[in-house]
Design a protein around this ligand. Structure first.
Ligand code: PLP
Length: 226
């Protein structure tokens, strides 16, 4: 997609969202030139699903930006991910948390993390089951190089944006519940929900981070030229 279209898309999204909602540009399969166009148009947070792609973009794009990891992070790539990332939104297991903690300790970093909730309780999806979230957060709150700052969810794939609402609502309720419990070492500040198809519903349901790819960059097809 052309630079000017990306710019127009970003401006439109930023203009219609409330000021307290942050936009993560979901950049999987995008080339650095496209990512740079989004940054130049006002995007402040880059979302990456793959460590390799993140490293390439990190070398090539410039700007006053933060890097969020939003995909499933494999344990053998944690050492590389923690060097780049400011936040890992997709914390989905205790083993991963321990690995992030130990790798961050080595480079003297405290990683901001969101706990990924499997709000649709789908067998084949990553994320912590809603009923296990509190125990999970308590278990992790002892790790010194991780700071839990909220929750993230994808929700099951739905044909109609409004069908996401119950999954977003459930995650919001869990977020509020954990906030009330005020678990030491964890502060419920960010709720990351909603993608291109569903972000308006997510914001209505309390999201303050939305992750948008297609609405910024167009459909994900192999790029021939820019
Ligand atoms: C790809 C992706 C998005 C954005 O998806 P779009 O439908 O292209 O907006 C959001 N979150 C995660 C975790 C993703 O992998």
């Amino acid at each position: 997609m052309s630079k000017s279209t990306i710019k127009k898309n970003v401006h439109k999204i930023l203009a219609e969202l409330p000021d307290d909602v942050q936009v993560v540009a979901a950049c999987k399969m995008r080339i650095p030139e496209e990512i740079q166009a989004a940054i130049d148009a006002g995007i402040k947070i880059i979302g990456e699903n793959y460590v390799q792609e993140a490293e390439e973009a990190y070398q090539k794009v410039t700007g006053d930006i933060e890097w969020h990891f939003i995909g499933h992070l494999q344990k053998n790539k944690v050492n590389r991910a923690v060097k780049i990332c400011d936040m890992i939104e997709s914390l989905d297991s205790f083993k991963l948390a321990k690995r992030i903690d130990s790798q961050c300790e080595e480079i003297n970093k405290v990683m901001k993390c969101l706990v990924e909730i499997n709000s649709g309780r789908e067998e084949d999806k990553y994320g912590i089951m809603p009923e296990e979230a509190e125990g999970f957060v308590k278990e992790i709150s002892g790790l010194k190089n991780i700071k839990i700052l909220g929750l993230m969810t994808m929700g099951p794939f739905m044909g109609n944006p409004d069908e996401f609402r119950p999954y977003f609502r459930l995650t919001r309720e869990l977020f509020e519940d954990l906030k009330r419990k005020d678990i030491p070492g964890c502060s419920m500040k960010y709720l990351s929900m909603g993608m291109s198809f569903s972000y308006k519903i997510a914001v209505e349901e309390g999201a303050n981070i939305v992750r948008i790819g297609t609405e910024i960059f167009g459909t994900r097809e192999p790029q021939k030229s820019f």
